[in-house]
Design a binder for this molecule. Sequence first.
Ligand code: MN
Length: 243
Amino acid sequence: MIPTIGMVADVTMRKNSFADYITDDVSEAIKKAGGLPIIFPTSDSKYAEDFLSKCDGMAFLGGPDVDPTLYDEEPIPELGYTYRQKDELELELVRQAYAAGKAIFGICRGIQVINVGLGGTVYQDFPSQSDRKVLKHFQAAPLSVTSHHVNVMAGSHLEKIMGDYPMVNSHHHEAVKDLGNDLKVTARAADDCVEAIESMNSDQLLAAQWHPECLYTKYPEHDALFTDFVNRVKKRMQDVDAV
Ligand code: MN
């Protein structure tokens, strides 16, 4: 069976309602890698368990800032817009998917959601909160091109996929601050900004601060992130079947 990849839709505002949507770049990248995307609208977090039961793996995608009160901070003026119900649903999905041993992939906001879900914190606005001079993490060019390098940790799973010094695109002002439980940093930009995290002692979880779904058609090393993810999902399905 084709592995099912769960993801929570982003939300836009219509005249009389919210509209849940997903951009086709990420669903096409997942399909090309051999997975079947299943899109879930923002809903009460009580539905997390039932949604997760339909998904072999979970991807957490780009979207609004994470509500800082969910990691015990009050909002600073530089914070962007937030959507608490989506946060609560995704944080619950992170916790349950991780506990269930399902493979997890995070993109942009996804790295924040995963980190907070596992007990970490994020910079609400890295450029103003970092104590160093920061890089341009909100590139002016389209996201279909890369703009800064990342230093990948030797021996990490990410190094096997992308090498030790790949270029990435950049479209974020939040960044991982204190790490959540059982996570390690596996890539940083030159200003120390966390650009990728992984689970400590397994390949269950990998999250990137950039947007590989905007790069995968032109850059094989970004396409490889999706292939790796779907392979991790398949491997864990077999492990579950073998029990
Ligand atoms: Mn960046």
